[in-house]
Design a binder for this molecule. Structure first.
Ligand SMILES: [Zn+2]
Length: 589
C-alpha cells in the first residue's frame, strides 16, 4: 500500500514537471527571440556608418550579449546564430585594430558553431569563415586548406562547399604530418586553472627579471605508453601547470603557462603528434607575457612536470606515463574489466596489459629478456665533454660505444644494438633517454670519461640513477648534466617522485655487474692498471625517465696522464668494451 502511494506521487510530480517545462519552454522561446532581435539590431548598427560603430565598447557589449544568449539557452535556435555573429564581430575588430587575439577569438567561435551545431544550417557558413580566417588573416595556407577540405567533406552540397572547391584549387595540399588540423586557437580559450601548481623561479625572482625569456623550441617524443615533452627556454622562468580531466568533447589535457616569456615570430605553433600518448600539442602566446602549452593526451596514468637548469638552457619537462607503462596486476588478471569512463580507451589499455603480462612470463621462461640494447656514447658535436691533453671525451666514448656494439652483435646475432649516436653529432640528454624509450630498448648503457682537478685521480666507476648524499657523486652528475650543483640538489627534491617507475633495483644490479666485469677485464689484461672506484648512485639526467635498466659508466679519467694515454689506444678501448659486454652478459644470464 505504502509503495503504491509512493508511486502515484512520483507520477504526479513528473507530470507537473513536464507541464511546467512545456509552458515554460514556449515562454522562454519567445523571450529569447525578443532578446536576440534587440542585440541583432545593435549588431547591424555596428556595420552601418554611424558614430555607434566607432566605440570599441559597443562591439564588446554586443559580443557579450550574444554570448549570454548562447550560454543561457544553448538549445535555442538563436544560439548558433549568436556564435556566428560573435565570430564575425571579432573578425571585424581584428580587421580594425590588427590584434591577433581578436582573430583567434573569431576562429574559436566559428569553430564552436561547427563543432557544437553540426546540423545547423549555419554550420557550413561558420566552417567557411573559419577556413578564410586562416587563409586571409593568419596567412596559414596549410590549415586553411585543411579547413576548406573539411567543409567540402562534411557539407558537400552547400554553396559554401562550392566556394571552398574554388579556393582549394589555388592552395597546395599541406604535408602529411599536418593532416590533422590542430586547434591552435583553442590554447587561447579561457579555462579554469585555479588549481595549478607552480614551479621554477620564485615570485620574487620572476619579478626581478628585466625582460621576458625566449621559449626557443618545444621537443616531444611519444610512444603508446610513454611520452616526453621538453620546453626549451633561454633562461630560468616561473611556470604553472594543471591537468584537466575529460569533459564534453574534450579529452584529458595538461596546461603549462610560462610566465614572463615569449615565442619567436616564426614559431611552429602546432604539433600534431597523434602517434602515442600525446595526441596533440598547441603552443601559443597566451597574452603579452605568457606562453601557453596545451597537451591533449590519450589514456594517462601519471604526469610529471619538472624543470632542469642547464648551463645555457632551462628546460621544463613533462613526462607522461600511459596506462600500460605501469601494468596493473588487478586489471591484468582480468578481475576488474569494467570501467566507468572512456570505455573504449580503457579496453585497449587492458588488452595491452594482458599482453605485456603474458609476454614477460614467456620471455623469462625462454631466457629472451634482453633483445635490444641501447648504447649511448656521451656528448658529441658541439659538446666535447671533458677535455685533457688534446683528447676529447666525445671521441673516445663514441669509439668505445661502436666497439661494444661490434662485440655484442658478433656474439649475439639474435640481439639488436642501437646507438643514440654513431657519429660526431650533438644530441641533448633528454633526446637520448627518449630514443631508448621510443625504440623500446631493454638495456641502456651510457658511456663516458671522467675528469678531475687532481691529475692523480684515476679509475673506473659505474652509476645508476638514484638520490645521493655523496658530494662527489653529485659533482659528477652536475658535470654530466651540464648544470650547477644547486640545480642538481633542486632536482633531487623532485626525483623521489619521478623515480617511482624507474628500474632502480635492476639498474643497480646491472651497474654492479658492469663495474666488476670492466675492472676485471682491465686487471686480467695484465698490461694496464686502473682503480676500482665502485658503483655509485646519482641523479643523472640522461638516465631519468628511462623505462629500462640503465647505467652510466665513467670508464677512466681523461685528466690522469697515464690513463689518458691508455684511453686513446684502440687496444685499451677494446678492453673496456669487452668488460662492459661481459657485465651485460652476466646480467642477461
Ligand atoms: Zn661525460
Amino acid at each position: 500500500m505504502g509503495r503504491l502511494g509512493m508511486r502515484s506521487k512520483t507520477i504526479i510530480i513528473i507530470g507537473l514537471l513536464l507541464c511546467s517545462f512545456w509552458f515554460g519552454g514556449t515562454a522562454w522561446a519567445d523571450r529569447v527571440d525578443q532578446r536576440y532581435q534587440k542585440v541583432a539590431k545593435r549588431y547591424h548598427e555596428l556595420y552601418r556608418n554611424t558614430p555607434f560603430r566607432d566605440k570599441a565598447h559597443n562591439w564588446i557589449n554586443t559580443i557579450n550579449q550574444f554570448e549570454w544568449i548562447y550560454n543561457k539557452y544553448p538549445r535555442h535556435a538563436r544560439a548558433p546564430q549568436s556564435l556566428l555573429n560573435i565570430g564575425n564581430l571579432y573578425r571585424s575588430l581584428h580587421k580594425w585594430n590588427k590584434k591577433q587575439i581578436y582573430l583567434d577569438r573569431s576562429s574559436i567561435f566559428f569553430r564552436k558553431l561547427t563543432n557544437e551545431y553540426p546540423q545547423s544550417s549555419l554550420a557550413d557558413n561558420g566552417q567557411y569563415l573559419l577556413a578564410e580566417n586562416y587563409e586571409l588573416f593568419k596567412k596559414d595556407k596549410d590549415l586553411a586548406f585543411l579547413e576548406y577540405q573539411k567543409l567540402i567533406d562534411q557539407y558537400p552540397n552547400t554553396s559554401s562547399a562550392r566556394k571552398a572547391r574554388e579556393k582549394i584549387k589555388t592552395l597546395q595540399p599541406p604535408p602529411k604530418d599536418l593532416q590533422i588540423a590542430p586547434k591552435v586557437e583553442e590554447a587561447l580559450a579561457p579555462v579554469d586553472l585555479s588549481k595549478a601548481r607552480y614551479g621554477g623561479l620564485s615570485v620574487a625572482e620572476n619579478q626581478k627579471k628585466n625582460s621576458p625569456s625566449l621559449v626557443s623550441s618545444v621537443d616531444y617524443w611519444s610512444t603508446s605508453d610513454w611520452s616526453r615533452m621538453v620546453i626549451n627556454v633561454k633562461e630560468g622562468v616561473r611556470y604553472k601547470y594543471q591537468g584537466l580531466g575529460a569533459s564534453g568533447t574534450k579529452g584529458r589535457r595538461i596546461y603549462v603557462d610560462i610566465f614572463n616569456s615569449y615565442l619567436p615570430k616564426k614559431f611552429k605553433h602546432r604539433i600534431a603528434a597523434n602517434d602515442g600518448l600525446i595526441k596533440q600539442a598547441r603552443v601559443a602566446q597566451f597574452d603579452k607575457k605568457t606562453v601557453r602549452v596545451v597537451l591533449d593526451m590519450a589514456s594517462v596514468k601519471k604526469i610529471k612536470v619538472f624543470h632542469l637548469k642547464l648551463r645555457h638552457q632551462y628546460k621544463i619537462i613533462i613526462d607522461i606515463l600511459g596506462q600500460s607503462a605501469l601494468p596493473d596486476l588487478k586489471v591484468a588478471k582480468g578481475k576488474s574489466l569494467k570501467s566507468k569512463t572512456n570505455p573504449s580507451g580503457k579496453k585497449i589499455a587492458i588488452q595491452k596489459n594482458l599482453k605485456t603480462a603474458q609476454m614477460v612470463s614467456l620471455s623469462k621462461a625462454l631466457g629472451l629478456k634482453v633483445k635490444r640494447i641501447i648504447i649511448d656514447p656521451g656528448h658529441g658535436g658541439r659538446d666535447p665533454g671533458a677535455l685533457a691533453f688534446g683528447l676529447m671525451e666525445k671521441d673516445i666514448a663514441l669509439k668505445m660505444g661502436l666497439l661494444l656494439k661490434q662485440i655484442i652483435e658478433k656474439k649475439h646475432p639474435e640481439m639488436e644494438v642501437l646507438m643514440t649516436r654513431s657519429k660526431d653529432e650533438y644530441l641533448s640528454l633528454d633526446a637520448r633517454t627518449a630514443f631508448a624509450n621510443k625504440t623500446r630498448g631493454d638495456l641502456f648503457i651510457s658511456i663516458h670519461l671522467n675528469a678531475s682537478h687532481r691529475e692523480k685521480v684515476k679509475g673506473i666507476e659505474t652509476y645508476f640513477l638514484n638520490l645521493t648524499s655523496d658530494n662527489y657523486a653529485l659533482s659528477v652528475a652536475a658535470k654530466e648534466n651540464q648544470s650547477s650543483l644547486k640545480s642538481i640538489s633542486e632536482l633531487q627534491n623532485i626525483l623521489n617522485d619521478l623515480m617511482t617507475n624507474s628500474k632502480i633495483q635492476e639498474s643497480s644490479e646491472l651497474a654492479q655487474m658492469i663495474q666488476k666485469a670492466t675492472y676485471s677485464a682491465v686487471k686480467q689484461s695484465k698490461q694496464y692498471k686502473t682503480r676500482d672506484l665502485g658503483v655509485k648512485q646519482a641523479p643523472f639526467f640522461v638516465l631519468l625517465g628511462a623505462q629500462m635498466p640503465s647505467i652510466l659508466i665513467e670508464s677512466g679519467f681523461i685528466t690522469n696522464r697515464k690513463e689518458n694515454r691508455l684511453l686513446r689506444t684502440a687496444k685499451y678501448q677494446r678492453v673496456i668494451a669487452e668488460g662492459i659486454y661481459r657485465g651485460i652478459r652476466q646480467y642477461m644470464n
